[in-house]
Design a protein around this ligand. Sequence first.
Ligand code: NAD
Length: 498
Amino acid sequence: MSDVAVQTAPASDGSAAKVETFRNRIDGEWCHSASRPFDNLNPADTSDIVGRFQASTAEDAERAVGAAQAAFEVWKKTPISRRAAILNRAADHLDAYADRTAREMTREMGKALNLAKDEILRSVQTLRFYAVEGQSLTGEVFPNDDPDMTVYTLREPLGVVSVITPWNFPVSIPARKIAPALITGNTVVFKPSSDAPLSGYRLAEAFATAGLPKGVLNFITGGAGEVGPAITEPPVIRAISFTGSTAAGEHICRSVGFTTRTQMELGGKNPLIVMDDADLDKAVDLTVKGGLSLAGQACTGTSRVLVMKQVRAEFTERLVAKVKALKIGNGLTAGMDMGPLATAKQLETVLRYIAIGKQEATHVYGGERLTGAGYERGYYVSPAIFADVSQEMTIAREEIFGPVIAIIEVSSYADAIAKANDTEYGLSAAIVTRNPRIMHDFANDIQSGTVKINRTTTGNLVNAPFGGLKRSSTSTFRESGRTGLEFYTQIKTIYRGC
Ligand code: NAD
């Protein structure tokens, strides 16, 4: 199944390391683009080239769309049990190679190996979930006055759909888009991020190994500028499921016709509220896990901590102590709490926000570029903590997507809610409290698509809906769970007389 061509490149120790070149998959064939491939680097050690990938052209993308279009009518009519069996076989393949794929994921985007493995196993679960759930997606039957007529709805697939994904969850996000698209009978063009293409490649490989017919899932790598318009703008693209930055999502939404359905999962500025009755150790733990475990590079990551005045000093002290003890290093090394930032661009952005934070708020801890032994070829930054942050500050308003925690003091529950909601985003929000009244009110008052009580802002189930409010998502269809299937189907209403 491997399509790999092997070349050599100089390794950091001066020896020649093997570098594999990975191809696109279009119309059931592993194929090269005419252009020069690009290198995928390890952010923990940039002398390590993880692989070479196709810098696809608009023509490659057009061929992928054409192949998906040609495959649609047959795939749509393929029995659902056969489609489900393919999802299950792809899950088996992903499961069997979970250790290898986890190592590759850590090498290409930096997250700790145990988190990479968890992500792959969750993706296996996602494929298996949709193999079952997709088989019970039904229409409705409507009572009416005509005894000789039956009125009912049919759900049918849309056609060709584009799946465009970021680098931070490079298997689980594509899996939760591709699996519901395929089980409902759509055909797919999948473009992963150029910063983590190998993980997406492995997912495409799992489907190819599982016997997916040609053209049903097409995989192309390359830049948004070259590939983007060809897989978003043609009217034959009936739906786009996109996860990434709000700016890119808005751009795509504006450039597509109204007959193209969009599902955009975008940025966040996620708050965690710490009430004065909170278990402070738990609040600190949730802040660290939610804000730093992926070096702050989760869309649902905790970036603002709104702490009641009475406990603010104590909370900050305990948070700093916990953050100081974190082990930062290569995610392949067991026991690391935080890896590098994923790209040079991320490093530059995060350091820029830390510099802004130092000017506008009280710098409490960290935020240094790490350069000593073990760090010299990676994008490492120590977690930054800022206090005395107020609403108008840049670090309180803009998505940083890095290990930066902004502590905002609040005087009451009402003050906390007002400040938590004072943002253009609404992806995830959490509260730490023992008060059942406040738990109840928080679920109603907070403007957020995901609401967590005494849990991290991060993390979501494969069988429950996921998505944001305000500028964190398009207000159309939720991903994950049953709602993930609805996005990929359209409803026909049938009036059948005798
Ligand atoms: P990004 O927007 O730069 O890129 C995401 C993907 O979109 C990549 O594959 C990229 O090549 C592609 N892309 C960008 N512009 C495009 C265009 N005009 N046409 C077609 N494709 C285009 O985002 P990123 O840096 O990869 O990821 C980080 C962002 O993703 C953060 O803002 C984060 O909050 C967000 N994110 C959101 C969720 C969520 O579920 N809401 C989950 C993970 C990440």
